[in-house]
Design a protein around this ligand. Structure first.
Ligand SMILES: [Zn+2]
Length: 140
């Protein structure tokens, strides 16, 4: 085993090793089960999370937050965009949010805003409305 596979526990001085354990996150009364990677102590309850470890569960947290706040999840944003036959870039161009907005929503880097979420919900039910948005961009 490489020496980076073990580190010393700051709490008890024991060995810590990489592991992935089930954990539960909660937001506004909703909970989600996550698999939390991190450094787990073999002797006490200490857990150390590196930035990448936190990122893994941050994504689950964003999904949970979207659900609690009644916003579209990253997967739903992708589904609606594909239904509209738009690339991520074209969706950002037409619907707004910045040039890389959809790339960020769908990779769970950024939470979709409420106006964007609402707009996508409307377009999901009325995809033909996209033509109105397209035409408007040709104006002065
Ligand atoms: Zn420990």
């Amino acid at each position: 085993m490489a020496k980076s596979d073990i580190r010393t526990c700051p709490a008890c001085g024991g060995d810590m090793a990489r592991d992935v354990r089930a954990d539960t996150i909660s937001y506004k009364g909703l909970t989600a089960d996550v698999q939390q990677p991190g450094w787990y102590c073999r002797s006490c309850d200490e857990v150390l999370l590196e930035p990448a470890d936190m990122q893994a569960t941050d994504m689950a947290f964003l999904d949970l937050k979207a659900e609690a706040d009644h916003l579209l999840s990253a997967d739903e944003v992708r589904r609606v965009r594909r239904k509209l036959n738009l690339s991520q870039r074209a969706a950002s161009d037409i619907l707004g949010g910045g040039p890389r907005a959809f790339q960020k929503y769908e990779s769970r880097t950024t939470m979709v805003s409420r106006p964007m979420s609402n707009l996508l919900r409307v377009l999901d039910r009325h995809p033909e409305a996209l033509d109105d948005l397209r035409d408007r961009r040709k104006g002065p």
